[in-house]
Each structure stands twice: as C-alpha cells, then as structure tokens.
Design a protein around this ligand. Sequence first.
Ligand code: TEU
Length: 557
Amino acid sequence: MVYQIYPRSFMDSDGDGVGDLGGVLQRLDHLADLGVDVLWLSPVYPSPQADNGYDISDYQGIDPLFGTLDQLDDLIVKLHARGMRLLMDLVVNHTSDEHPWFLESRASRTSPKRDWYWWRPPRTGLAGGEPGAEPTNWQSFFSGSTWEYDEPSGEYYLHLFDRRQPDLNWENPEVREAVYSMMRWWLDRGVDGFRMDVINMISKDVAADGHLHDGPPIPGTSLGDGSASYLCGPRIHEFLQEMHREVFAGRDAALLTVGEMPGVTVEEARLFTDPTRGEVDMVFQFEHVALDQGSSKWDVRPLRMRDLKASFGRWQAGLADVGWNSLYWDNHDQPRAVSRFGDDSPRYRRDSATCLATLLHLHRGTPYVYQGEELGMANFPFAGLDDFSDIESLNHHVQAVSAGEDAAHVLAALRRMSRDNARTPVQWDASPSAGFTTGTPWMPVNPDHVEWNADAQRNDPTSVLAHHRRLIALRHENAVVALGDFHLLLPEHDQVYAFTRSLAGETLVVVCNLSRTAQSLPDLLPQAVDAELVLGNLPVDDAAVLRPWEARVLRLR
Ligand code: TEU
C-alpha cells in the first residue's frame, strides 16, 4: 500500500508551524508500524506556495520551508533501509509563474522560451484585457478564465489552474526533454517513482495553425467547459510512452508510476495502464469522488450506495484482465472520508472509519492511505470564512458570492467539500498542538485531537489505527487479497456492500454494512453465515446479524 504525506501538515521539526522533512524523518516508526510499502510525498520543491507547493519554481531543489536536499537524501536512505520506497510528486502540467522558465518566457514575445508556455493574442476584433477577448472561453479549475492577460507583451497565457500556475506547452520537444532530464535526475538520486499531477491534461487539442477551440457554454456563466480540449488530449498516449522510454526504460522494473487523471474513463485507463504499452502503472480516477456532486464539487448531493457499487464494480471489471486500479477515499484534495462517506457522530465514527477502510482495502488494486485517515481523522469544524486557507476554496467563495450566490450557502458547501478539511495537522497526541509542532500550527489543529490521536490508538487493538495495520498485513500475507478476482454481490442493495475475491480455489466474501441499520445476513448472503471470520471491525456476537457499520471478511468453507 501507498501512504501519502502532505508534508506541510504531517510533522513539524523546527517549530515554525509548518511540517517538514525533518518531521517526516521523526515519524518513520509510525509508517513502519503501519506496514507502509511506499511513501508518496506531496511537493517539497521550492515554491511560492500559492497552491501549497503545486506551483513549483525549481524542480531540482527543496524549499527551505521543508528542509534541505541532504534531508531528502537521508529520507531515501532511511526508507530504503526499512524496505519502503519513495514516490515524489511530479507537477509538470504547469509551473509556478515564478519559475525561471516562465520568467524568461514572459520577458518578450521573441524570448527563446516563449513557446514553452501557451501564449495567444486577444480574440480578433477585441483589445487585450477586454471582457471576452480571452483566446478561448475555458473556465479554469480555480478562478474565472483560464487566460491571464500580460499587459507588457499584449498576449494571454494559459493556466488551467490558478493564474500563478501557467501551463507548460508539451507540444514543444524542448519542454519534454527538460522534464525528462529532471525526472532522470531524481531517479539517479534514488527515488523510486512519481505520482504525476493532472498528467492527463498535458496534451491540448490544438489545430495546426495554433488555434484552440471554445468549449460548450457553462450555464449561468460567460465561460465554457474546455475539458474536451485538454482531458486525455490527442497526444497524451504518445507523450506518456515517450516519457516511459526516455526516463524509465532500462531502469529498475520496480519503479512505480501513478498518473492523477481527472475525468479519465475506464476505457482510457485500460490503455494507460496496459503494461505492454509502457505508459504508467496505475491511474487515480475520480468517478467515485464525484458521485455526491451535481454541477460542481460545491453542489453537494447525497451519495447513493448503489451508484458507488456500480462505479467501483465497473472499474474492477474494466481493469480485471488488463491494467491495474488504485484505490482511495482520501487525499489532500478531498474532504475526510469518515465525514463524507461514513458517519462521524461519536457513536459511529470508529465503526464507520474501520468499515470504509475494510471495503477499500479488500478491493483489487493498490490501496492508498492519506495521512490521518488511519486515525479516523474527520472534517474540521470551520466557524467562518477566515478559517479557510486553500486557494480553491477562497477563489470559489469570491466568485460565487460576486455571482450572486447566498454567502451562507457558499460557506456551507465549503465546510463539507473544502480541501482544507484534509489539510489540518496530523493528530499525534492530545497536547495543545497535537504533537505536530512546538510553535503555532499553520492551520488550526482539529479540537477533536484530544480524543482522536495516534498516541491514544497505538496500543488499542480496537482502534482505527490497529484496524488499518491488520488490513495492510492481511494483503501482505494473502495472495487472494492482493490478486484475487473481484465479483460484486447485491448490486441493488442500498446499505450492504458485498463482494467476493477468489484465487486458486479460495474465496473470500467481504460484507460491509454502510448504514446505521442492522442487517440480517441469512436473508442477504446465506452462504456467508457459517463462513470463517478472517477479519472484522467489530466483535461478532451473532453471526447472523450485521451490526451498524460492521464489516466482515469471511472465508467460504
Ligand atoms: O489536483 C487536480 C484536480 O483536478 C483536483 O482534484 C483539484 O485540485 C480540485 O480539487 C478540483 O476541485 C491536483 C493536485 O492534487 C492539487 O492539489 C492541485 O491543486 C492541482 O492538481 C494543481 O496542481
């Protein structure tokens, strides 16, 4: 399994309130105890931190905020000594607007690096900066238009995310070679692979004359949806195959790559992860984290369990013979799973966190655990707008309120969906700063840390942490968990999520009650009633009754 560290919120070693590499080095026992195989480190490179490091101004260094290159080297050595591997975050769809490449590109229209980014003149007939003069109507992920006007040169540059994150032009072979050479430099240092940020956005659908196409209008705005022009664009497979040849070919076959791919379909994922094509090992897909959303992530809807099953079920089936799944509930962009998919009331928080974990870890694929998920960390009780820090949340608030949305309604959506929910400090102990820092934490510690923390759980066999340890060990020790075929049961049931995993004559039945209502097992899965209990999240008094949020892994006799 892969454990994700968001370094700014993991552990602070120098008291400045921001987590750092020294902090990661102090907590290696926690990772080893859990059974982590691979550590994915979110960006630690020099960055103005407009998007907490996803805006990189130097790909080959460490931001002093996080430490030094020596510490990174030390981390590689210490992880390897404990049998763990390190994945770095590769953010190459865009750079920071303070990256020297962009500064040079911006300097003049004739700069040798002008073409390293997407520069376009204002729309014909309109003056630069005038509303509607943007080269396309695309809406950015983080703010209004994807185009920022550059007064001195009279042209616009493209940014799919914030204006401080200009998109690199992958059409230019020099850009690609610069990225590949940087990747080789990290591999030569000993890192074991990359998690590739929005990697399915690097190929844009551009006409031979350089024209980019408008997207369908987005109701209620003057903007359009440009995603057809940049999600899995025309050259995406070519670029990833080239990267594979230029960077990974001939190196250790154990190197690992995972491509983050918003909007990727199962059919595309089969191509991306087919080992014979030489692209990436697995992708992060977004289908299951969009099931509780309407027109946007801020339009929160109730999740229907049968939709979740249908979605996971299709991905399991779609990548059964070719390719490989990554399995996640949480990461630094998602609200906390126990609050979102589980039940974070005091009565059911522990049970639902362990139930969700069982469900995820028993699927076929590589499980990812995001820091704090193994402790059952929950969403933060945000009081007001001042408590938010994330660029996406703040930009959204400004835009939505200026577009006339009710401020209280916008705030309610932020509370549930903001990425800040995932970014509060990891709760190590019950002390005032949760053992995260000796200083003032950059984000407030969740007040529930007095009860919910690693110290309280480490030696408690019933804890969320202990349950994760058991799930991870189960996969390590049982080929059927790692490799077995997946078969969905009870697809129509709205509370019980059940499936089998089978390999070489052995069959496990996994049954999870994702509700507060007790369920009768004989009515649902008679074959499971007298099966052998391999692992459960609650003590079983009555084999016939699945209690609220109970999960069982059973072996058919
Ligand atoms: O995220 C890409 C992405 O599309 C998102 O999930 C997005 O951040 C947002 O949550 C959509 O509502 C990646 C990184 O994981 C994210 O932290 C970065 O902000 C983003 O790319 C830009 O680099």
